[in-house]
Design a protein around this ligand. Structure first.
Ligand SMILES: [Zn+2]
Length: 314
């Protein structure tokens, strides 16, 4: 099961007792985002198609318990991935009850395009609406790789999205839920509202009631941050070691040059002392050399720099 699927199941589970205004709001979100109008005898019907059988069963239950409207779920066909797709047909005027369609003065059914009448305003209903929207048309991806290879393959992939068939609806939802600052993009005739910041996605999952999904995500975020810090530290340490080795090589070359030129014996005792120590301990750091001589680091550095200068003189 993907992370998206388990998150949706978790949300449906906590909504078992959803009723009243919020039940209506959940259904509105599902029908408005993925429902299609069907023209029946004297009325519009609604059909919702999805691979998510649990969601359709839940919608059927909501419609029956709260609106007195029955529904039928049938298996319809397979999607491009070969998964079973189910369709749920609502029998009755669910569109009118939810305010998605209305009768004009001549009694003809019209689609209600006044989104401000459809989108929720109360906090309880806003949340139920967003839960319906996510379960029906959303998905979430997080980097779940347990080994380093998977980790690098999925790097940076925190992504939560809601796919909407029309831009006008997407814009209205973006405004109604302005506190989440959704980004938008267009993909295959759809408008996508999405979040990509890991912490914001974790907060959003809590808002949806998917607490265990959010905890799972938090663990991934923490795990990655520990690994990143460890990598940075080890890169930093090896960079320092490289620098120390390079410095030591330079000093050893300088000392060898001084010997070749016959200048070594004419060096001061202080310089001879540190040159011999360097030859004896090629891998020692500056601090270690300074400690062995009982002088300061800057004193040791000064003497080694002097050796290099002298080796370069003609
Ligand atoms: Zn409500």
């Amino acid at each position: 099961m993907t992370f998206s699927q388990s998150t949706k199941l978790e949300i449906l589970k906590i909504l078992r007792h959803l009723r009243g205004c919020c039940a209506t709001s959940f259904l509105t979100a599902v029908l408005k985002s993925i429902g299609s109008l069907t023209l029946g005898y004297k009325s519009f019907g609604f059909v919702v198609e999805s691979e998510n059988h649990e969601m359709l069963t839940f919608c059927k239950h909501l419609a029956e318990a709260n609106l007195g409207i029955s529904a039928e779920i049938e298996s319809s066909n397979l999607n491009v991935k070969g998964e079973a797709v189910y369709s749920c047909e609502f029998l009755g005027n669910i569109g009118e009850k939810l305010g998605l369609v209305y009768r004009d003065e001549e009694g003809t059914m019209q689609i209600n395009n006044r989104l401000e009448e459809i989108l929720p305003t109360k906090d309880c209903c806003k949340r139920a609406f967003m839960q319906g929207l996510f379960v029906a048309s959303g998905s979430v991806v997080i980097p779940l790789g347990s080994n380093d290879l998977a980790e690098s393959e999925t790097r940076g992939k925190y992504h939560l999205e809601l796919r909407l068939a029309n831009t006008q609806l997407a814009k209205a939802i973006q405004q109604t839920f302005a506190e989440w600052s959704f980004h938008t993009l267009e993909r295959k005739n759809r408008t996508i509202l999405y979040l990509k910041e890991s912490e914001k996605i974790a907060d959003f999952l809590v808002y949806l009631g998917a607490t265990s999904a959010s905890l799972k995500l938090e663990n991934v975020i923490i795990g990655r941050s520990i690994r990143n810090t460890a990598n940075r530290q080890s890169n930093c340490i090896s960079a320092n070691i490289d620098k120390a080795i390079q410095a030591s090589e330079k000093q050893l070359i300088a000392i060898a040059t001084l010997r070749q030129k016959g200048l070594f014996d004419s060096l001061s005792d202080q310089l001879k002392e540190i040159a011999l120590l360097r030859e004896e301990f090629p891998e020692a750091g500056l601090e270690e050399l300074a400690n062995r001589l009982g002088i300061s680091k800057s004193g040791a550095n000064h003497r080694l720099t002097r050796l290099i200068q002298l080796s370069q003189q003609d």
